[in-house]
Design a protein around this ligand. Structure first.
Ligand SMILES: [Zn+2]
Length: 74
């Protein structure tokens, strides 16, 4: 977790450290990252300052070619 203060808001970055994730479709472990995007699940006012959570969400490709999910979000 990291925090940055740009004077207007405090940005809290949350990144998961695990190398992979388990596919919810077949339970197979995958570490093939398909991409990632940022999500801002909360914008919390705190003592007059904005506190913004910056959550990195990764999308994985399932390694099982017969799996119907193909890609999934951790
Ligand atoms: Zn799968």
């Amino acid at each position: 977790m990291s925090a940055e203060d740009d004077g207007e808001a405090i940005w809290i970055g949350v990144t998961r450290k695990s190398a992979g994730a388990e596919c919810p479709g077949c339970g197979r472990w995958s570490n093939r990252i398909h991409g990632s995007y940022l999500r801002f699940p909360a914008d919390l006012p705190s003592a007059g300052r904005r506190v913004v959570l910056r959550l990195q969400v990764r999308r994985f490709t399932c390694t099982d070619t017969s799996c119907r999910r193909q890609t999934f979000v951790e």
